[in-house]
Design a protein around this ligand. Sequence first.
Ligand code: S3P
Length: 174
Amino acid sequence: APAPAAFDRLVLTGFMGSGKTTIGALLAKHLGWTFLDLDHEIERRTGQTVPGLFAQHGESHFRRLESSALASVLGRRHVVIALGGGVPEELGNRLLLEQTPRTAVVYLEAPFEELLERCLRQPNATERPNLADTVLAAQRFARRQRHYEHLARFRVVTTGRTALETLDDVLAVA
Ligand code: S3P
């Protein structure tokens, strides 16, 4: 019989552009688990886009929706969850992640400049509300870094790595 898996949930954290969605989908496929992207969950539940929610109701409203979506996805098993970049800023979210059993958080790391470049290369480059001002985005990155590190059971450096290489790196550590 195969060895029992150590975890029921793999959670990917990191800043915008760190590859949470891309790697998460590949990882889920590899494991035969369900992939859940928290931003998409929020969009599905509200019928609105993330930029739309920010524009209409503001960031604090979005954060409340995000926390409740997080609680709901953490109730599931055999899932790979891609968090939004801002999830670890909320104390309640950090506590919930820490207290959910059999849940491993993986931090996808890269320097700010590289993350920014990756985001700007994406087709929806202008859509991320918290990337519009790069000075503020750099401040958010600096503020969040210790939270990403603290939450993570595993850290994977993604600099200069392709998505498939990062997938291998995650599978090697987790
Ligand atoms: C945000 C990151 C986004 C999304 C929203 C806010 C942030 O998720 O939740 O635009 O504050 O870092 P991604 O990290 O998946 O882009």
